[in-house]
Ligand binder design. Structure first.
Ligand SMILES: NC(=O)c1ccc[n+]([C@@H]2O[C@H](COP(=O)([O-])OP(=O)(O)OC[C@H]3O[C@@H](n4cnc5c(N)ncnc54)[C@H](O)[C@@H]3O)[C@@H](O)[C@H]2O)c1
Length: 366
């Protein structure tokens, strides 16, 4: 997988204790990499980071990502070959409650990392992937998907913080890195609503539904007809790993941004997702409640992923039904076994996912 590039490499992941960061850590460990993680804590209880037993497997550093001088020290000492920047306040609703903290973490945190890379004056080769969001696009509420060169924007504080992070990235790359060193390679990645086992964040539909199913309660749906680009967490991660590997190998996509999302005909609503999860859980009923908070989330968001397909030969591997099944199975196993030991199951799902990708002829899995 990934041309075996990650074996014995040093990888720095910011946000390694979070949902996506913990899955990425498990995957990289299974590929033989040494993972150094930087996060300010463990964001949820329970957490995939703990139940997948990552504490004993990564160099686990607790730090505010806005502390640029400590980040510089870590980069100088660890000399990572790859950096994946995921640390963020990642929730739209929380961004309404705490806009200043959201913008601090998401904008200043990204700039702090870039500044740390600049100040570390690294001479070794390093491929850096900066994770933003599908929400960076100025949302026109139209039927068409967004392409990498579409206008940036953002109404809610989370979306605004992610597009502001991208503008800062562009400034840093143009001002401090371009033409200086060909050995530090950057790419920017935008993905949409990611689902999978081990997410326990507040106000996200899958964790809310999993908690409700476990307690035999109903889950509240605020926008049952909202369409989201649902994809399993391993799908965008396979895209990030492919892009980082390609950039590391030949710098072909330096300073480029890429969308990673489901196929454009894979449109499913929140209600569709609950129905699909219920094929495994059999028991979560839903209650529809109007959102009276005036805290807007876009109804229709779609990414066009032709660039990733044409240049990286990346495609999603799972169908919507399989994405839902992988997700529901993980939670079923967790709640049924009532054990804090999901390490084996998580690693197994990564293998299963790679097998499906291989069978479907997806390039990175060959
Ligand atoms: N989950 C999704 O559906 C989704 C969709 C689009 C983009 N993203 C982006 O992907 C990335 C990961 O998302 P996630 O769902 O895993 O989020 P998460 O909330 O599960 O994890 C966030 C991580 O960031 C760390 N963090 C937060 N503030 C920090 C700070 N000040 N200093 C250091 N660490 C800090 C947390 O400790 C945690 O490890 C984020 O950048 C998010 O915006 C996620």
């Amino acid at each position: 997988m990934f041309n075996n590039i990650y074996k014995n490499k040093k990888i720095l992941i910011t946000g390694h204790t979070g949902f996506k960061g913990s899955w990425l850590s498990s995957w990289l460990i299974s590929l033989g990499a040494n993972v150094v993680g930087v996060s300010n804590g463990i964001p949820t209880e329970p957490s995939n980071f703990v139940v997948s037993n990552l504490i004993s497997k990564v160099n686990d550093i607790r730090l505010d990502v806005c502390d640029s001088s400590c980040l510089t020290e870590i980069i100088c000492n660890e000399k990572p070959d790859f950096i994946f920047h995921m640390a963020a306040q990642a929730l739209v609703r929380e961004s309404y409650a705490n806009p200043l903290e959201t913008i601090r973490t998401n904008v200043l945190g990204t700039v702090s990392l870039l500044d740390a890379i600049r100040n570390s004056q690294c001479k070794h080769r390093m491929s850096v992937v900066l994770i933003t969001s599908d929400k960076v696009y100025a949302n026109k509420e139209w039927l068409w998907g967004y392409r990498e060169n579409d206008e940036l924007g953002g109404i809610d504080p989370y979306s605004a913080s992610k597009s502001a992070a991208e503008i800062s990235i562009s400034s840093y790359l143009n001002s401090f890195f371009k033409n200086k060193s060909n050995d530090i390679l950057f790419s920017i990645v935008r993905a949409g609503n990611v689902i999978g086992g081990g997410d326990w964040a507040k106000d996200r539909i899958v964790p809310d539904a999993a908690r409700a199913a476990n307690r035999n309660e109903s889950v509240v749906l605020r926008s049952p007809n909202a369409t989201r680009p649902w994809q399993h967490v391993l799908e965008p991660l396979s895209g990030y790993l492919t892009l980082a590997e390609r950039n590391y190998s030949d710098g072909a996509f330096n300073y480029e941004s890429f969308n990673f999302g489901p196929n454009s005909n894979d449109n499913h609503t929140v209600a569709d997702l609950i129905n699909e999860l219920n094929k495994t859980w059999c028991k979560v009923s839903s209650v529809i409640e109007n959102d009276v908070t005036n805290q807007k989330e876009a109804n229709l968001l779609k990414l066009v992923c032709d660039k990733a397909d044409s240049l990286l030969f990346w495609r999603p591997a799972l169908r919507f039904e399989e994405t839902s099944f992988f997700t529901a199975e993980w939670y079923r196993k967790y709640y049924e076994s009532k054990r804090n030991d999901m390490e084996f199951f998580t690693m197994n799902q990564i293998d299963e996912y790679a097998d499906v990708a291989r069978k479907r002829g997806i390039h990175w899995a060959k």
